[in-house]
Design a protein around this ligand. Structure first.
Ligand SMILES: Cc1ncc(C[n+]2csc(CCOP(=O)(O)OP(=O)(O)O)c2C)c(N)n1
Ligand SMILES: [Mg+2]
Length: 398
């Protein structure tokens, strides 16, 4: 059996009617299931990398049929999950903040293809798909989004605070930019403990203008920490276009002592190539900046329709020209790895998985009131909280 036909068979087995148990699967387990379809393929990225103080990696990316099919399936799963979250929010089943990642999926899947779960990732509040990429399940994601106790942060974090420490995912942060110094701290620990691993600290184009990024980069460079600063440039910070906020929107050139690479963040293979390159660089030399040129289809958050500061034509133009899923679909079809109908079947299966995950998530109970203060402060630090009269003890974490 050829690698391509094996890939096809596996694709078929994934879209059979045995999907019910698969809602518990995480994205990476799917990848390892089909990893035997390993015939090498080389694909050229359509846009060259741009380098700052560094020679760029090759545009020829080594891949396999199974990797490409997995990219398709994982990105389509992420997309569907985000669209379902939009509906759940509108139905008031998700409350509070909610920032969606549709459009940016190639950054997560490309990055995961280049690294291991021993490497760390930390990001901002647009974190649902990063969590899935780290091996989180859709059930735990939807459960968390709906604020229920079975969620990945026990229902107490919600959309902005997903975590999965056992596979190197350190959140999920709401304060713009603050995750970058934390990420450099993770890289410090990796170096101190002599691990051969790196940290990817992700932030947006808006966050890129913050002072704390430069302070963290300075220390990371000084101590040659294995930190990769990943700027997901989706070209807007809330309703502010990058050119209104940044004197220099060439975010990969922001370090005068740290190199940078500009990457087509809508091309999962280009992202993979850049992340492999950056990991190797950072382990030897210290920090490097990766600017991922990407786009968010939704508004900033659920309260932003996303249409007042950009035109509908701009959004539909990106969908038509650069969509990361459509790009992989085209690649699959040109290399005859699957047919249009087979890919449609996969998408149908994903829709079913998403629906089943939501139904399961709804069964999870709300957290107990006694859980309100747990996991907020560490125990053992003598923290006590008093009422306004400074006399009545309200809570104690002794
Ligand atoms: C310190 C701080 N300032 C302001 C905000 C409000 N705020 C939340 S998201 C955001 C825009 C950030 O944009 P960007 O970094 O480009 O990330 P994106 O939302 O595009 O992923 C702002 C100003 C905040 N959460 N924290
Ligand atoms: Mg942005």
């Amino acid at each position: 059996m050829t690698a391509v036909s094996r890939a096809r068979n596996l694709l078929h087995s994934r879209c059979s009617s045995h999907l019910t148990p698969l809602i518990h699967r995480n994205l990476s387990s799917f990848a390892s299931n089909i990893a035997d379809t390993s015939t090498a393929l080389t694909i050229e990225t359509s846009i060259p990398f741009a380098g700052h103080m560094i020679d760029t990696p090759s545009r020829s990316v080594s891949t396999t049929p199974s990797e490409i099919l997995t990219f398709f399936r994982d990105m389509a799963t992420m997309r569907r999950m985000e669209l379902a979250a939009d509906s759940l929010y509108k139905a008031k089943l998700i409350r509070g903040f909610c920032h969606l990642y549709d459009g940016q999926e190639a950054v997560s899947v490309g990055m995961e293809a280049a690294i291991t779960k021993k490497d760390c990732i930390i990001t901002a509040y647009r974190d649902h798909c990063i969590y899935l990429g780290r091996g989180g399940t859709m059930i735990k994601a939807f459960t968390e989004l709906m604020g229920r106790s079975g969620g990945c942060s026990k229902g107490k974090g919600g959309s902005m605070h997903f975590y999965k420490k056992d596979s190197g995912f350190y959140g999920g942060h709401g304060i713009v930019g603050a995750q970058v110094p934390l990420g450099c701290g993770l890289a410090f620990a990796q170096k101190y403990n002599k691990e051969d691993t790196v940290t990817f600290a992700m932030y947006g184009d808006g966050a890129a203008n913050q002072g704390q990024l430069f302070e963290a980069l300075n220390m990371a460079a000084l101590w040659e920490l294995p930190a990769i600063l990943v700027c997901e440039n989706n070209h807007y910070g809330m309703g502010t276009a990058e050119w209104r906020a940044a004197k220099s929107p060439a975010y990969y050139k922001r370090g005068d002592y740290a190199p940078g690479l500009k990457v087509d963040g809508m091309d999962a293979l280009a992202v993979k190539q850049a992340c492999m390159f950056a990991k190797e660089y950072a382990l030897k030399n210290g920090p490097i900046i990766l600017e991922m040129d990407t786009y968010r289809y939704h508004g900033h958050s659920m309260s932003d329709p996303g249409s007042t500061y950009r035109t509908r034509d701009e959004v539909s133009g990106v969908r038509q020209e650069r969509d990361p899923i459509e790009r992989i679909r085209k690649l699959i079809l040109t290399h005859d790895l699957a047919t249009t109908a087979e890919l449609k079947e996969v998408e149908k299966g994903i829709r079913k998985e998403v629906d089943e995950a939501i139904a399961t998530a709804k069964e999870s109970p709300m957290p107990e009131p006694s859980e309100l203060f747990s996991h907020v402060y560490s125990k053992g630090y003598g923290v006590e909280s008093f009422g306004a009269d400074r006399k009545e003890l309200k809570a104690s974490l002794l």
